[in-house]
Design a protein around this ligand. Sequence first.
Ligand SMILES: Cn1cc(CCO)c2c3c(c(-c4ccccc4Cl)cc21)C(=O)NC3=O
Length: 292
Amino acid sequence: DTNISRFKREFMQVSVIGVGEFGVVFQCVNRLDGCIYAIKKSKKPVAGSSFEKRALNEVWAHAVLGKHDNVVRYYSAWAEDDHMLIQNEFCDGGSLHARIQEHCLGESELKILLMHVIEGLRYIHSNDLVHMDIKPENIFSTMNPTAHKTQPQVSKDDDGMDSVYEELRSSENLVTYKIGDLGHVTSVNEPYVEEGDCRYLSKEILQEDYSNLFKADIFSLGITLFEVAGGGPLPKNGPEWHKLRNGEVPAIPALSKDFNELIAQMMHPEPNERPSSMSIYSHPILSAVDSK
Ligand SMILES: Cn1cc(CCO)c2c3c(c(-c4ccccc4Cl)cc21)C(=O)NC3=O
């Protein structure tokens, strides 16, 4: 009886974990494999509309961006009774936005966040894709109760970087951050840019300058770090919005000079002056994890 919904047939709804103009997100258990998934159910977009393009973009992006530890994993998508559903990995740690409601992040947690998100961003960028909506609501976390050295043991006498990444991924690091919501993903080669949240939007994108989309993601990540470190709440427009995009970025007292400089560099008014995801990945600040 395929006329009853696949959603009801294959899944048991546990709870609602998100509601927005986009639709509703459920935490579900798959009746067959017993695993937990996050399923977003949204109104089926009008054929040919920009919403349909965005919905297809999301699924296409997931299809291209297979499996990466720092990108939320996609399992399936389907349409039924005038709705679209996408079944993704459930991240049990909540969104970064939810995590910073009580307290902002300290430097060591920020380093782990930056390490994971820049790895995910590097992976997305290496496929000539850009995310275009990096922000705390779209960064999810999973707790690794079974966190252990899953990577092959690197010999400690390497250039030191491998053992550093070993440190960051090893068991004391109980959280893994993952980039989610690929609804704004587009290709750098034939960009179809739909602006993300204006609080995290770089000035050049607002001015429809799409000449360096990779650096727009870097700006959004920089201002995200600024906010979760305690620099928020972020303006949506007006003089304060422009100040943050003209290089007037207040230092976060709790952070080191180096970290404040990196955030300011990522938020540089000139896209070309911002570091690439690759250069941040090998930035000294991420290798200064105090050794055991
Ligand atoms: C609001 N909300 C809360 C969560 C749980 C975080 O612990 C969540 C998730 C997702 C999504 C999501 C975002 C965009 C598209 C599809 C999905 Cl399922 C939304 C989520 C998703 O893809 N995976 C999630 O865990």
